[in-house]
Design a protein around this ligand. Structure first.
Ligand code: SAH
Length: 358
């Protein structure tokens, strides 16, 4: 446990309250060591004022904007957001010590009227309405947070997020790139994402092991012409083993049986969650270091061990899948090389054949 917390206690001595009124911006960012920073909570404070200024500049805030910040920490980014043309900031913070720290700092600056701090887990909390999200988030929640932003009920102009560099590269990757994965395919379906700048790990206290990148995600105005819950379940199936060909993936007995069950369930409407479009299933975008969670978790044995279908039925179903793959000539292709249009065409053909993924 000891390794999990930062032991810097007396590194920079400017106290936050004093720093709030101090003229030097660098002093305000300094960490005074009043409490320990928890690495598992992603508590790495961004302390380089030039980088903090650049983030707010790149966020291009407009007068009247409502800003959502996730994980304000001691408020290094928050105070700049409050000093911008934006009308107000809602900051969601899980750690009560951070809630107190940012509240005290903003009070001392006389900016409290523009700030609402919500003490909650940002993955669970319902966000207030916002136009833009600007945040140096805890990297551990990158994937569920982006899923929540893009596939939840929120309508916003842009999210400007500081992310782990490798994660950011995967997020903006294009089909055929070595980093291209399910996360990128899902994000591409509804948004445009681009890299804005890289940020060194040396700009944080305590210094993390990884470098960071600032990314802008812009949701597209037009909704895609697909059932998003079905699409997300489909990409979970395809990208679980992204280096296998689709033909090989959809030939596997386990996979075929699993899809057979799901399809039958959807058909008979026996799955109570079949139509839960905005449910928690949407919160898994596949953004981790690997997509293994999508390939090895599902047991295809019936709960009572007794299958309620014949082998013949399954064989017919398997042939339908193979037929769809043949029709769109994708059996020999790997999912990570395909555009969303190609994948979408396959999904539509499979759906027409009664193959359902959720
Ligand atoms: N944005 C600040 C702090 C970044 S550290 C800065 O740039 O200096 C990440 C912050 O997110 C910490 O304050 C941590 O307590 C908070 N945090 C961690 N997990 C969270 C969660 N699930 N929901 C909301 N806040 C979280």
């Amino acid at each position: 446990m000891k390794r999990a917390v930062s032991s810097i206690r007396s590194r920079d001595v400017a106290h936050l309250a004093a720093a709030a009124t101090a003229p030097s911006p660098a002093a305000a960012e300094a960490w005074d060591g009043r409490f320990r920073l928890h690495k598992p909570r992603g508590q790495h404070l961004l302390t380089n004022p030039r980088v903090l200024d650049a983030i707010v500049r790149r966020a291009a805030l407009r007068p009247g904007d409502a800003v959502l910040e996730v994980g304000p920490g001691t408020g290094n980014l928050t105070v700049r957001l409050l000093e911008s043309p934006a009308a107000r900031v809602s900051a969601v913070e899980i750690d009560p010590r951070m809630v107190d720290a940012v509240t005290a700092r903003v009070d001392a600056l006389g900016l409290a009227h523009k700030l609402t701090v919500i003490r909650a887990d940002a993955v669970e909390a319902e966000f207030p309405e916002f136009d833009v999200c600007v945040a140096n988030i805890p990297y551990g929640i990158s994937s569920p947070l982006i899923a929540k932003l893009l596939f939840g009920p929120y309508r916003f102009r842009a999210a400007t997020l500081l992310l782990q560099k490798e994660f950011a590269r995967r997020l903006v990757a294009a089909p055929g790139d070595s980093e291209y994965n399910r996360l990128a395919a899902n994000v591409r379906m509804v948004a445009d994402a681009r890299l804005l700048m890289d940020v060194s790990k040396r700009d944080f206290v305590p210094m993390p092991k990884v470098d960071s990148s600032l990314v802008e995600i812009r949701p597209r105005a037009a909704e895609p012409n697909v059932d998003l819950a079905e699409w997300l379940a489909f990409t979970r199936s395809c990208f679980g083993q992204k280096n296998k060909t689709l033909g090989a993936i959809f030939k596997q007995k386990r996979k075929v049986l699993e899809l057979f069950r799901r399809s039958r369930c959807a058909e008979e409407r026996c799955d109570g969650n079949a139509n839960a479009g905005g449910g928690s299933r949407l919160i898994a975008l596949g953004g981790g270091d690997d997509d293994g969670d999508m390939s090895d978790g599902d047991s295809n044995e019936g709960h009572d061990g007794a299958p309620s279908f014949s082998e013949e039925e399954v064989a017919v179903f398997k042939a339908k899948i193979a037929g769809a793959l043949e029709t769109c000539e994708l059996a020999g292709k790997r999912p990570s090389k395909l555009s969303n249009d190609e994948l979408l065409r396959l999904l539509k053909l499979l759906n027409e054949q009664g193959v359902r993924f959720q």
